[in-house]
Ligand binder design. Structure first.
Ligand code: CMP
Length: 139
């Protein structure tokens, strides 16, 4: 079915001017960018977004990193968009990511791993709603 998923191009990638190369990977996989904006999160806003990881040892480092530089938040639409996006991103840890994936090609470490993508339909809906108003989604 046609789905929507939420994507972040993270600080390590925007800093290295990789936004276009990453978007090209999504588009080549058949995902359409139906909303997009460049923003700079505060640490508190990153903390709310990653609240599910609050108890993890890397939470503070993660929120610090995600607020260190601008990010690009996007909504991607397409057939099985959630799974397709995760396939194009590759494994969270770039050392385990398959050839040709974004994380294999661009990620620096498990923390500075260039992209985020929703893991399920419910989280996709929540994450989209945190960053975008309905009128900003142009399918
Ligand atoms: P993301 O998909 O954005 O969701 C949670 C993030 O936490 C994950 O990508 C990683 O970037 C980050 N993360 C996961 N494990 C670690 C770790 N061991 N150290 C630092 N960051 C991590």
């Amino acid at each position: 079915a046609i789905q929507r998923t939420f994507s972040i191009i993270k600080p390590d990638a925007t800093k290295r001017n990789l936004t276009g190369k990453i978007v090209a990977k999504f588009e080549e996989a058949g995902l359409r960018v139906i909303a997009s904006k460049r923003i700079h999160l505060t640490k508190a806003q990153a903390g709310v977004f990653y609240a599910v990881h609050k108890e993890r040892p890397f939470y503070d480092e993660l929120c610090e990193f995600m607020s260190s530089e601008p990010i690009v938040v996007q909504v991607l639409e397409g057939e099985d968009a959630i799974a397709k996006n995760r396939e194009v991103m590759g494994a969270t840890n770039p050392a385990e990511a398959a050839d040709g994936t974004i994380r294999k090609e661009f990620a620096l470490s498990i923390g500075e791993n260039s992209v985020h993508g929703s893991d399920a339909p419910e989280t996709a809906a929540e994450e989209i709603a945190y960053f975008f108003a309905g009128l900003e989604l142009v399918g």
